[in-house]
Design a protein around this ligand. Structure first.
Ligand SMILES: [Fe+2]
Length: 183
């Protein structure tokens, strides 16, 4: 699968700019995780990029969300490993996250929300000045960005990563594409 084709398909299926930004940010973290763990960066990145491609198509139906996404990814040429990771990132299906790729997507997905929320409360709304130290503080504030599931983020431990390292790696990765996100 070629990244450009994946991105074109996303643009056909997703109107919400923030959702596209979320998928780009997830891709960035997935690429950084793959590099850190010696995995296939392209495969992991594309999994992150495509994981929510069906959100608007499924319109909030959690029984369809990610099932359709996995099918769309397959149509774009994704292998079963990618399709499985996309499928199981929605716990509604009761499909456990088993592979490293599954687990990586599962913990990277909510971290993007925390990073973007922590950026948007800054006076300049820019990511450049956001430090890992303040991200770690935000992580502990339960009422801050409550949708960014802390337990899910903490499941980075299943990849052998300490939470602090994961937050640092994720923040650096998303900072790397901050201009694309307009942040
Ligand atoms: Fe997501």
């Amino acid at each position: 699968m070629i990244r450009k084709e994946a991105l074109n398909s996303i643009k056909e299926n997703v109107d919400n700019k923030n959702l596209i930004k979320h998928m780009l940010a997830t891709e960035a973290i997935m690429r950084a995780l793959a590099r850190r763990l010696g995995e296939d960066e392209e495969e992991w990145g594309l999994t992150g990029l495509l994981h929510d491609i069906d959100v608007e198509l499924t319109g909030g139906d959690m029984n369809s969300h990610s099932r359709l996404g996995a099918d769309l990814a397959r149509e774009l040429g994704a292998g079963e490993a990618m399709a499985h990771a996309i499928l199981c990132h929605n716990p509604a299906h009761g499909v456990p996250c088993q592979t490293k790729l599954d687990k990586a997507l599962y913990c990277a997905d909510p971290l993007t929300g925390l990073i973007i929320a922590a950026t948007l409360v800054r006076p300049d709304k820019k990511m450049a000045g956001l430090e890992a130290k303040s991200m770690k503080k935000r992580f502990k504030e339960k009422r801050f960005a409550p949708g960014a599931d802390r337990e899910q983020i903490s499941s980075c431990s299943e990849l052998g990563l300490e939470l602090d390292e994961f937050i640092e790696l994720g923040l650096e990765a998303v900072k790397g594409i901050a201009a694309d996100l307009g942040l």
